[in-house]
Design a protein. Structure first.
Length: 96
């Protein structure tokens, strides 16, 4: 079993099957949830996302909760990770 940085890189890279699962999960998001996720990936806070989308921070938090459940993750960081995996799946399918 790999230890240290090599193991960490393997964990972060994921696998094509993980990418496909992520792609399906991201595809299940509504357009507003996808907007919120995109702004989360840019590092914006709920109040900043709310301002950008013209909605309240509380409404952003509701969308965050919904998208976390749909992506089956517990944190915004993991939600962004799933989005990255979905992008990898899309790129992989375009390359083949």
């Amino acid at each position: 079993m790999e230890e240290g940085p090599a193991r960490l890189k393997a964990d972060l890279a994921g696998t094509p099957s993980l990418w496909r699962d992520a792609e399906e999960k991201v595809a299940s998001l509504t357009s507003r949830e996808l907007q919120v996720l995109t702004l989360m990936a840019e590092g914006l806070s709920s109040p900043e996302i709310g301002t950008a989308l013209g909605i309240s921070a509380r409404t952003v938090d509701i969308f965050r909760g919904k998208l976390l459940r749909k992506l089956d993750v517990k944190t915004g960081t993991l939600a962004v990770r799933v989005a990255v995996y979905a992008a990898l799946a899309q790129r992989n399918s375009e390359d083949t």
